[in-house]
Design a protein around this ligand. Sequence first.
Ligand SMILES: Cc1ncc(COP(=O)(O)O)c(C=O)c1O
Length: 375
Amino acid sequence: MGTTIFAEMSALAVRTGSVNLGQGFPDTDGPRQVAQAAADAIMAGRGNQYPPGPGIPELREAVAAHQRRFYGLDYDPDTEVLVTAGATEAIAAALLALVEPGDEVVAFEPYYDSYAACIAMAGGARVPVTLRPPGFRPDLAALRAAVTGRTRLILLNSPHNPTGMVLRREELAAIADLAVERDLLVVTDEVYEHLVYAGEHVPIASLPGMRERTVTVSSAGKAFSFTGWKIGWVTATAELVTAVRTAKQFLTYVSGGPFQYAVAEALRLPGSYFADLRDDLRGKRDLLGGGLADLGFEVYPPDGTYFITADIRPLGEADGIEFCRELPRRAGVVAIPSAVFYDNAEAGRTQVRFTFCKRPEVLKEALTRLSALRR
Ligand SMILES: Cc1ncc(COP(=O)(O)O)c(C=O)c1O
């Protein structure tokens, strides 16, 4: 259903000339020097032929160095890092590798739409634990209760799309305790690791007992504003990486050779790059969030990601899907109904998701247009 609604909304955006705050991609590209590195790699003949299956050594080393630099995590670039076609392939390969038919996968809903599809492709059963507004904090007792003898793994996402919730250290510690106690694997999607505006990003792999049972997934798309390049990676033990690589081998085998060189360079950018990205997006979050609140939406300010969830009930609306289908015609803006991210659609019925990774003038234009709702 997620895919259907994204396609429908994007087509609607084009047809109606709407400001598209639906799908999450920036409207400005990442650093020029990184783009130049990709162009240079192509022209110098680096990566134009099949790169090595696990990814080019330069990128695997840069990923390992990044994990050490930001989180003090040590991974062997030769055996514990795998380059993938974006986080999307990393998630697919991890689930196909680790989930057997009939296994249960526990995940917080709402969830990023590829999770449900990948769990289904692996023949697994998803077991959702619902996050609820205003804070979308995890219900740890409900998580514990969701684990059964058939549970194979917990699928985490922090910072969390679509809610913007960032798991706190004590919440992660409780999840880690549960994983150790019940001998579960954790697959954790951390693509928004550098987009945190309050608190900090803590990789669950850094908690005691977790390194050996965690598959960490991330990618260059969000951190460097090159979502079209689709360079992602996995860090985990050699045994887990081998399992994920076995599945990956028959998905894409390899991808994005020249981009891998450029991302290796991006990962080495100074701390100021990451701070500037965060500060810029924080400003955009406040611009869109403040504007939506002024227009009467109930806004749930995100601590991370580039999405804002808002409730439409104060506008006299009751159904997010209907609201979003009508929004291009009523106001010339596209948003995504959060219900599509839930199994339990009722829990998200009155929420809609807007992205704020657009230029300030685009966000202001969207707000001006949305003021039509008040008339
Ligand atoms: C939570 C989450 N995981 C993964 C992805 C996809 O990442 P990539 O473009 O690297 O495949 C996205 C993109 O929107 C996302 O929001």
